[in-house]
Ligand binder design. Sequence first.
Ligand code: EPU
Length: 453
Amino acid sequence: MDNNDFSSRAGASVGMTADAIRVRGGKPIQGRLKMKGAKNLVTKAMVAALLGQTPSELRSVPEISDVQVVRGLLEVYGVVVESDGDTLRLDPANVERAHETSINAHAGSSRIPILFCGPLLHRLGEAFIPDLGGCHIGDRPIDFHLDVLRNFGAVVDKLPTGIRMSAPEGLHGAKINLPYPSVGATEQVLLTAVMAKGRTELSGAAVEPEIMDLINILQKMGAVISVDTDRTIRIEGVDSLDGYSHTALFDRNEAASWACAALATGGDVFLEGAQQPEMITFLNVFRKAGGAFEVQDDGIRFWHPGGDLKPVVVETDVHPGFMTDWQQPLVVALAKANGISIVHETVYEQRFGFTEALVKMGAYIQIHTECLGSHACRFGQRNYQHSAVIAGPVELHGADITVPDLRGGFSHFVAALTAEGESTIKNVGIIARGYEHFLEKMQTLGVDFEVIG
Ligand code: EPU
């Protein structure tokens, strides 16, 4: 299959693929990469297209397997999806019911299916959600989602194979207060409330830039949504929505990942399409850790300016805090910093599993159950290993490692880049879930590697 063929169904090409690679480290990465639309926006924008009376057009869509999964699911429901380069056209004119087996076949590796509920209840009066996949970084429950949907009037039946929902009397606006500013649950409210009867008030909402871009899209479609500074979102339901035409917000998680790779390897990368406003918190930490950056009109250059890297104390948090998806590659750079760093993970309870491989490669990292941050988080009293102490500087050495999850996997790859000697990395396919043309980008940056499986 042509590596650039983006027109086939789920499981299709996401660029050059590999299961295992051998990396010879110790060389700075250098070069220019283009950042495409954010994984955590594009997949939701594709779901939003289900709500339109007319086709939607989404630009800057990355070739990643999560996009392929959502595309496959949309097609199962009768949405006609066409691609032209990095543009997707999604026509929901003939949305129809789908069989459980087809839904299962396409949904296996993603958590996005839960977000199909609101749009499908509006379009078809019912929805089926199979067991959800996604990265194994904690329990990742869906209780907020189910509570939200029940608030709108959905009837939820748990079956052995998944969850079936119906809305015998249609969906109506609701007053909802999220116990935690969950990204997914906020998106669930948005995608459901826009066409529910009456008004919805959501307090305790997540306000990540990807959510704001989803609101941009829904407003283009005809929705009425306002966002207050106190995490309250108000939505006035409308009877129908049109399609949208939109260029997706860049992937700030991918940008932060490559920036940390440049810092850890002593390299220099220009990330075309990266923008400052969505990365302000990251840029502050990057600078404090000893990194240099320059914001330009068409992107941001990140580099290691020489001298020692410095230790930092970081707490992950919901936006506008330091994103949980940024800490994993940063930890590799901190292993090389001169002193003791602390990372307190407050979003997911089990997100330091990836450090085991770094320790195997020579990093000095201890994980603690205490909250080693400026505030006690909801994991502190519950025995979760969620604070990391990283002592540096250390020289990492090559090792055989297996990718555990998307962001953890990227950090293993960064560790292999900085390490003396060879590393074998297995399960690299997971990285293609969220990093477009990962292997091609390694070539562009001058990484010495080969595909071995
Ligand atoms: N939570 C619940 N119940 C729920 C939903 C969430 O307890 O019903 C908890 C989670 O267990 C977690 C916290 O709330 O402890 C935050 O979860 P959230 O719902 O915000 O996360 P998500 O929507 O499942 C998205 C991204 C993640 C990113 C988080 C936080 C997508 C597809 N995923 O997940 O991205 O880390 O928001 O910003 O948008 C990644 O890209 O690698 C990734 C994991």
